[in-house]
Design a protein around this ligand. Structure first.
Ligand SMILES: CC(C)(COP(=O)(O)OP(=O)(O)OC[C@H]1O[C@@H](n2cnc3c(N)ncnc32)[C@H](O)[C@@H]1OP(=O)(O)O)[C@@H](O)C(=O)NCCC(=O)NCCS
Length: 179
C-alpha cells in the first residue's frame, strides 16, 4: 500500500468491481479506448490486474480518497504484454471515474507510483503511452516530468491498421540523478 496526502494506493477488493465497471461503462472515461466495457469485460480486466500483482509484486493500484471515496479508479505500474520498439518495459498508467477528475488525484497518485518504481523497484526507466489525442493523460505525463520525443511515436499493435486511436505517443522518465 502507498499513501499520499489525500490518497491510498492499495490492492484490489471485491467491492471495487462495481465502481470499476461503472467507470469502464462511461464513454467519457473510455473516450481514448476502442470501446466501453461490459460488466463481464470489466471484471475480467480486474482479474488481470490482480494476476499482474501476483506475478510482478506491483501493478495498477486501486485508488482510494481518504475519507471521501473507497474507490475512484486505478493508478500504477504495468508490464505491457504487446511488443513494440520500447518493450519490454514498465509503464505507468491511470484511469479515474469522471466525477473525480480535475482535482489533481492522477498526478498525486502517479508521483507515489514513480517513487515506488525508482526507489523500491530500482527501475532505470518507466514509460507512459496513450493515444495521440489524449491530452488529459499527456498533461499528467508532463506534470510528472516525463519527456516526449516524436521519434518514439508508434502504432499500437492491439488496434487494427487505420483505427483512429492507433497512433500513440510515448513518454519516458528516468530517476533524477543523486537518488
Ligand atoms: C487522464 C486522467 C487520469 C487525469 O486525471 P486527473 O486526476 O483529472 O489528472 P490531474 O492529476 O492532472 O488533474 C487534472 C487537473 O486538475 C488540476 N487540479 C485541480 N485541483 C488540484 C489540486 N488540488 N491539486 C493539484 N492539481 C489540481 C491540475 O492542475 C490538473 O490541471 P492541468 O493539467 O491543466 O494542470 C483522467 O482524465 C482519466 O481517467 N481519463 C480517462 C482514462 C484515460 O484516458 N486514461 C489514460 C489512458 S493512457
Amino acid at each position: 500500500m502507498l499513501a499520499t496526502g489525500r490518497l491510498l494506493l492499495r490492492t484490489w477488493r471485491e467491492s471495487d468491481l462495481a465502481p470499476f465497471a461503472a467507470l469502464n461503462a462511461d464513454p467519457r472515461v473510455m473516450e481514448f479506448f476502442p470501446k466501453v466495457l461490459t460488466r463481464e469485460e470489466s471484471d475480467q480486466r480486474a482479474i488481470q490486474v490482480t494476476e499482474h500483482f501476483d506475478r510482478h509484486g506491483f501493478g495498477l493500484w486501486a485508488v482510494e480518497v481518504k475519507g471521501v471515496a473507497d474507490f475512484i479508479g486505478f493508478v500504477g505500474l504495468n508490464v505491457p504484454t504487446f511488443t513494440a520498439h520500447f518493450t519490454p518495459c514498465v509503464e505507468i498508467g491511470w484511469r479515474l471515474a469522471y466525477a473525480h477528475w480535475n482535482r489533481g488525484y492522477a498526478t498525486e497518485a502517479a508521483q507515489a507510483a514513480v517513487a515506488f518504481a525508482f526507489d523500491e523497484l530500482q527501475l532505470e526507466e518507466i514509460v507512459a503511452l496513450t493515444a495521440v489525442g489524449n491530452h488529459r493523460s499527456r498533461r499528467v505525463m508532463t506534470h510528472l516530468g516525463m519527456t516526449y520525443s516524436a521519434h518514439d511515436d508508434f502504432e499500437h499493435p492491439a488496434l487494427p491498421e487505420g483505427h483512429v486511436l492507433r497512433k500513440h505517443v510515448l513518454y519516458r522518465l528516468r530517476p533524477s540523478t543523486g537518488r
